[in-house]
Design a protein around this ligand. Structure first.
Ligand SMILES: *[C@@H]1O[C@H](CO)[C@@H](O)[C@H](O)[C@H]1NC(C)=O
Ligand SMILES: *[C@@H]1O[C@H](CO)[C@@H](O)[C@H](O)[C@H]1NC(C)=O
Ligand SMILES: *[C@@H]1O[C@H](CO)[C@@H](O)[C@H](O)[C@H]1NC(C)=O
Ligand SMILES: *[C@@H]1O[C@H](CO)[C@@H](O)[C@H](O)[C@H]1NC(C)=O
Ligand SMILES: *[C@@H]1O[C@H](CO)[C@@H](O)[C@H](O)[C@H]1NC(C)=O
Length: 467
């Protein structure tokens, strides 16, 4: 069995990370026509060994992102390998937490916006496994740059700081805020320091924060204000945690950028610049580049309402209404997905469907795949194929249809998953029962433009956002 350190390192390795390098000019890959079937080179679905960096770029808000395990990530030691069995188990652990927190609570329209801050429980800031992308941000004056986990559910941003009572080893030198001319402490009576669950007060009347994660990881220290540099934008008086005691599964990142919902989130604090809108595209493989875009919206995006679940108010919920295979909708009860509600979760790898829907989808998929020999299951992925000696294969087109008839066509890497050509598996799984929250994981989000518009409570999807 795994010991705790391998669990921790796997935990980190399992997640997909983003890393910002340059600024990419034309992130919108030229749209290609959708075939009725995906016909693909089998090998293209496997991780590749070289990092082809697209060249230059220009939009100031645009950040390149790469897969944590790819060679485009400077944080990755080349030797690191991910055990797929552990990846799968960790993914289940992550989703189990979501199911626990959302049991018998449905997501609602018109979120509890006015009281979000007060109601946010600390541990939901970043539930286990929601750290999944890396972006580089600048802090201080003069600016120093740091690699941050991009946490789409995170309620606040923090970074390891000196003096370190207890810091894990990180990529960059540990930040010393006293070297920044813009740094100040926040007094305890500040609006930002009022939630007693998350904030405290030091003996010198400065604000303290503490954030616990469900796996036992934590960060605590001073809640401060300082200059934040995002791409070429400078945000003055940004409030974030300066962690003096940090421990857990953070790999070697310098801190966490919280992109969830809540009063001290990055989105709230930068609302006047970016209108609480961000977009991203998750690259399809280990050596591909995606992006995180703040502010302006992406063209050709269709929007579906954003919902809120009161038990996980920092996360982004929406309504999945149907799934189609080759253009034909699965014959399912209209409330199969809307009953439990659906979470768009970059922290989960796979999608977790109500069993009734899963079996319908899986059986339909299998009918399209009868020409390929099956392979043994990979943990809970029960529909696997052996593509040894098969050069080109075809996959049926699978669309997720969200409220408002917003149709998201999955990339082929969002349909089939594996690192071995002899065992490539259908990248969906099932919940324990039909009442549990549906989770759309990051595999199914790949290559689509996804717009999180918290200002207008909508989530947008557009095709072919990155490679
Ligand atoms: C959620 O987890 C808590 C703590 O382990 C447990 O007491 C509770 O029964 C769980 N709830 C559900 C709905 O699984
Ligand atoms: C959730 O609802 C089901 C069915 O209504 C019920 O059996 C179960 O006890 C409820 N669970 C919780 C945690 O309230
Ligand atoms: C860091 O925080 C942990 C958890 O609260 C605590 O047990 C530990 O003593 C702290 N370490 C230091 C050096 O303050
Ligand atoms: C975090 O966990 C520590 C140790 O279990 C606990 O003392 C503290 O109250 C927790 N803090 C929050 C904000 O939940
Ligand atoms: C696979 O596809 C390529 C490119 O379309 C084609 O050249 C090749 O002949 C195909 N191979 C087989 C075995 O069909």
């Amino acid at each position: 069995m795994e010991n705790s350190s391998s669990l921790l390192s796997c935990y980190v390795l399992l997640n997909l990370f983003f890393f910002m390098h340059l600024i990419e000019k034309n992130f919108l890959a030229s749209a290609r026509e959708l075939a009725t079937e995906h016909v693909i080179d089998v090998k293209s679905l496997l991780p590749s060994n070289s990092c082809s960096m697209p060249d230059k770029s220009i939009s100031p808000y645009q950040l390149k992102v790469v897969h944590r395990h790819g060679q485009c990530s400077s944080l990755l030691s080349h030797d690191e390998k991910v055990s797929h069995v552990e990846l799968l188990r960790q993914d289940q652990h992550h989703v189990a937490y979501i199911h626990n927190r959302t049991a018998n609570s449905t997501a609602r329209l018109n979120p509890i916006r006015s009281s979000l801050f007060a109601r946010v429980p600390v541990e939901i800031g970043i539930p286990l496994n929601i750290f999944n992308y890396i972006v580089t941000i600048g802090l201080g004056t003069p600016t120093q740059y740091f690699s941050m986990l991009m946490d789409t559910g995170g309620i606040l941003t923090w970074i390891q700081c000196v003096p370190c009572d207890n810091c894990y080893s990180q990529k960059d030198p540990i930040y010393d805020p006293t070297k920044s001319s813009a740094f100040t402490n926040i007094p305890c009576n500040s609006n930002y320091c009022t939630d007693p669950n998350q904030f405290g007060c030091s003996s010198t009347n400065t604000c303290l924060y503490e954030i616990n994660y469900t796996d036992g990881s934590y960060s605590k220290g001073s809640f401060i204000q300082d200059t934040l540099t995002f791409s070429s934008d400078t945000i003055l008086n940004f409030h974030y945690g300066c962690g003096h005691n940090n421990s857990g599964s953070f790999g070697q990142v310098d801190g966490v950028l919280g992109l969830g919902r809540g009063a001290v989130s990055f989105l709230s604090q930068t609302a006047q610049f970016y209108n609480k809108v961000f977009s991203y595209c998750l690259p399809s493989g280990t050596n591909k580049i995606g992006y995180l875009l703040l502010g302006s919206s992406i063209p050709d995006v269709k929007y579906t309402p954003m919902l809120t679940n009161r038990n996980l108010p920092s996360l982004y919920f929406l309504n999945l209404i149907a799934i189609s295979v080759q253009g034909t909708r699965l014959n399912l009860s209209p409330t199969i997905f809307t009953g439990p509600g659906t979470l768009l979760d970059s922290g989960a790898v796979f999608s977790y469907l109500p069993p009734t829907a899963y079996f319908a989808l899986r059986d339909t998929f299998r009918q399209y795949m009868t020409k390929y020999p099956m392979a043994p299951p990979l943990e809970f992925l029960d529909t696997c194929y052996d593509f040894t000696n098969i050069e080109n294969m075809s996959l049926p087109q699978i669309d997720l249809i969200f409220d408002g008839e917003v149709t998201v066509t999955l990339d082929s890497t969002g349909i089939i998953f594996g690192t071995s050509i002899s065992q490539m598996c259908f990248a969906f799984t099932k919940n324990d029962d039909d009442s549990m929250v549906v989770v759309i994981g990051n595999v199914q989000q790949r290559r689509n433009n996804i717009v999180i518009d918290e200002q207008n409570f909508q989530i947008g999807f557009g095709g072919h956002g990155c490679s």
